[in-house]
Write a new protein. Structure first.
Length: 380
């Protein structure tokens, strides 16, 4: 499942293109379900799946012209069907009386579902909402559950949980919608306790969309308003000057063992701002170096790997996650965030880190599917 109505629709499509190409079709029967920007669920046929990539600088998008995908709860799990002619279905919002679907719009059963692999980034996919639907439908699925997904998506609650678990985090201030709309001065006064540079972010966003690096107070209001275009909840984080940005992947273990940590990687950005923004992540590769493994001392790497596993367990994560940290000049390590559905194209950091640890991209995909299949439905 991929696409979605969040601002990360195209990134999700890119991820799906990589995963669809890597799944062993001799072992798995795969059905591609896209969610359009308007929220429609559609079946993406095999012949369109090779378009899930950047072509001439244009990001992919799921067409509204495809046939509706229908999920049905059964006594044993979930069935998937396709509605053969969605265009002839009456729209109740237009005031017409409902009439039975014409025969051409009958449902065609595609089969029962063993596991859902939701490659959705951002709200309404990575935030516990679709995970809750999977739970209600009795569908096994890849990755974090409802609570871990929600906590991992909301950077404010994420940091509160990490701090309560004794994990080291940097200073931050939250700006909630009511506070900003009714007492802007108090919000700005709270931010004044932080040291510049600051990073102003949508609280529930990803792929660096809506984020601004702020170096002086005069830039702050515009940065908050920009972030609010993506999410009415905003988080403002104190930047780490001259710190190194490291990442570590965490993966669940088959049989219920302790989660494993990957090799540690480093992001080195060559843009003028030094900021790992959307363009640096997904567009010209010369803007950034991704060092896997990172050139760090063994003791630092081991501390990062240990913090990554502790972070994974603090939020109750399952399946996979990427944990991002900062290492300061005096070698202190601070957890920045956990991403419960990290970038997952074949060239993303998460697969690269596991490749450096000896696990290929197809093996990684298979591991995640097997982890989901062995996980029971219901409370666990």
């Amino acid at each position: 499942m991929f696409g979605g109505s969040s601002s990360e629709h195209a990134i999700s499509c890119l991820t799906a293109g990589s995963v669809l190409a890597a799944i062993d079709r001799d072992r798995y029967d795969v059905i591609a379900v896209g969610i359009t920007r308007s929220g429609r669920w559609v079946v993406v046929p095999d012949e369109l799946q090779d378009r899930l990539q950047i072509v001439d600088g244009t990001l992919p998008e799921i067409s509204e012209d495809l046939l509706d995908a229908i999920w049905l709860r059964t006594t044993t799990g979930t069935d998937l069907a396709v509605r053969a002619d969605a265009a002839t279905t009456p729209d109740p919002s237009d005031g017409d009386d409902l009439v039975p679907m014409p025969q051409s719009s009958a449902l065609a059963r595609l089969g029962s579902l063993d596991v859902a692999f939701a490659l959705l980034h951002g709200p309404f996919g990575e935030d516990g909402t679709i995970q809750g639907m999977f739970e209600m439908m009795g569908t096994r699925y890849v990755g974090a559950g409802v609570l871990a997904s929600a906590v991992g998506m909301d950077k404010i609650f994420m940091k509160l949980v990490l701090a309560a678990s004794g994990l080291p985090i940097g200073p931050f201030v939250s700006v909630l919608p009511r506070d900003w709309e009714h007492d802007r001065a108090a919000c700005l006064e709270a931010v004044a306790a932080l040291h510049y540079p600051l990073y102003v972010k949508p609280a529930r966003g990803g792929s660096s969309l809506g984020i601004t690096r702020v170096t002086e107070s005069g830039e702050l209001v515009a940065a908050i308003e920009h972030a609010r275009q993506f999410d009415p909840k905003v988080i403002i984080e104190e930047g780490f000057v001259e710190a190194r940005e490291l990442e570590c992947g965490v993966l669940g273990t088959l049989g219920g063992g302790l989660p494993e940590a990957s090799q540690v990687a480093e992001i080195r950005v060559h843009t003028e701002s030094g900021f790992y923004d959307f363009d640096a992540k997904y567009l010209p590769e010369e803007q950034v170096d991704l060092d896997v493994p990172a050139d760090v001392d063994t003791d630092v790497a081991e501390e990062v790997r240990g913090l990554a596993v502790r972070t994974f367990e603090a939020v109750g994560c399952e399946g996979l996650a990427r944990v991002d940290v900062f290492v300061t000049r005096d070698r202190r390590v601070y957890v920045n965030e956990i991403n419960t559905m990290p970038g997952f194209t074949a060239h993303s950091m998460f697969p690269r880190m596991w490749a450096a640890a000896g696990m290929s991209y197809p093996e990684l995909v298979d591991r995640l599917l097997m982890l989901a299949l062995e996980r029971p439905v219901g409370l666990r």
